[in-house]
Write a protein that binds this ligand. Structure first.
Ligand SMILES: Cc1cc2nc3c(=O)[nH]c(=O)nc-3n(C[C@H](O)[C@H](O)[C@H](O)COP(=O)(O)O)c2cc1C
Length: 173
């Protein structure tokens, strides 16, 4: 049976190296449009995004995560995924679903993407979340869950096939 979503999801892999290709604004808009359709708790739409393209700012964000932050250097775009805690009893879930949508949408345009975790991670002096919020002027009451790095694919990874799937994870009754 045709399953276009499976084809897309199976092709998606975490891409951590990027070319210097510029992601067209129109493509970025299409990707972010998908993120805005993500389901969210109580329909509150608590997830917001900061799109960062400035290379120096990306370097500064990288330095807010002392382990593994540097991988975003070289990305053309970094999407900071943050959630309004006032409206976000299920903020982690809400942010995670929107992030997953971005990863899938990026694959549709053959844009490389990787989730870079921020929650419970540390920067130089404070938590990564606090350092990023301070750097970008994100108000109190928001929490940064993660970043999504986007860029031209600087590495090629084979997608998943049905043989890679562990169907024993699915239980019936
Ligand atoms: C909650 C979560 C946190 C992650 N954190 C990071 C991260 O900080 N750095 C990174 O390079 N990849 C991170 N990843 C990507 C995973 O390492 C990756 O999805 C996993 O290894 C499977 O590989 P694939 O995405 O190519 O299928 C994260 C993924 C999730 C869902």
């Amino acid at each position: 049976m045709e399953n276009k979503l499976f084809e897309l999801a199976a092709k998606r892999r975490s891409i951590r190296r990027y070319t210097d290709e510029h992601i067209n604004e129109a493509v970025l808009d299409e990707i972010m449009k998908v993120a805005l359709t993500a389901p969210c708790s109580f329909g509150h739409r608590p997830v917001e995004f900061v799109i960062v393209r400035d290379k120096n700012k990306i370097k500064e964000i990288a330095s807010c995560k002392n382990l593994g932050g540097s991988q975003i250097i070289g990305a053309d775009v970094v999407v900071v995924v943050m959630v309004n805690l006032e409206r976000g009893e299920f903020w982690i879930e809400d942010g995670a679903i929107a992030s997953s949508y971005i990863l899938l949408a990026a694959e549709q345009y053959d844009v490389g993407a990787c989730w870079v975790h921020i929650r419970n991670r540390n920067g130089k002096r404070k938590s990564s979340d606090e350092e990023i919020r301070q750097l970008l002027g994100i108000p109190d009451g928001y929490a940064v869950l993660n970043l999504i790095a986007l860029g031209g694919k600087g590495e090629r990874k084979s997608g998943y096939t049905e043989d890679d799937l562990d169907f024993s994870k699915i239980h019936y009754e």
